[in-house]
Design a protein. Sequence first.
Length: 392
Amino acid sequence: MARVKTCFVIMPFGKKPDSVSGGASIDFDAVYERFIKKTIEDVGLKCLRCDEIDKPGLIHTDMLNHIFDDDVAVVDITTLNANVFYELGVRHALNKSVTVLIRRKGTSLPFNIAGLRVIDYDYEHLDTDEDSRQLLRSFVQAGLKNSNPDSPVHTSLDRLRVAGNEKRLPDGSTFNYKVPGAPNVTITLMSGDLRRIKGIDVWVNSENTNMQMARFYERSVSSIIRYLGAKKDRLGIVTEDSIANELAEAMGGHQTVPPSTVIATGSGELARTHGVKSIFHAAAVTGEIGHGYGPVENIGDCVSNALELASTTNTNDIQLRSILFQMMGGGTAGGDVETIAQKLLGSAVDYLRSNPNCPVTRVYFHVTREETLELCQRVLNEAGTTPVKYDT
């Protein structure tokens, strides 16, 4: 069942003096109930204002959680209220989208937000102002669909300086899709700590074209796989670098491989601890002097090449029925996550459609952030897959 998206409304409560009419009061509860809430619920979102939070605890903590977590924020700046602008600033810092500004028609804008788009509403005709209502619906729907930044913080600053604020998914969430023309195959978007995922035959390791695994304590999938697959003493000290050694041997003295090449090795200790039968090392990232690492141009081929290798590897002695991909090129390599998702998932769907008898019947993509999950779901929907309930 799809999660109901939420909208947090930032605005004054009750009757407050209006900057437009020279001090006459404006009933913001009426604006909320008759204009904002009704319109937002028409779009299919759950609407909430701070005074409607009914759980115990610090109201500021709950408010900040909603500013951070909710899919949409609607902000009424009509009174030019300091509290409203504070909360708007927090929202712009924490979320690149979707934040929609509204005001009573005629309200002047302070300099710092003068360049932002604002929806005017007619306070005297809240129930019949269909033009403003339609604009609000359109802003929200377009923002949720496209995820284009509307925060001046995120559009003006380098993305790496405001990174790390995406919401993490809870462990163990799975979202399953059937591929048209491949009735026996399920594509699954899976969340959770990689170190706790067990029972999948192949893990695909996003590697550079030099096929040099990351050091044990770096923050990358490559380092996790290398460490988990190594033999260790009772103190956890590596005594045999099993997977890295086998990968170096498989390179046969070569220093580099073509982009999107996939090399299979054993899984070392991961066979015993996690039920992993093989590690596929995909050349998904390439380095450039002075610029560091970035995703290879044809990164989608990493997926199709891995699926082809898994299919041809199946013998009487080894059966590879499931495979786990990361969002290759979208982590430390800094690739655009939306582009990465389109290429990786698109290649998976295309390969499975073209190879309906592929022996791999479960194709997993590991996602950790809510924004990445929504991008992947949109890509799969646009590719014609069908969401299904599937108990794992």
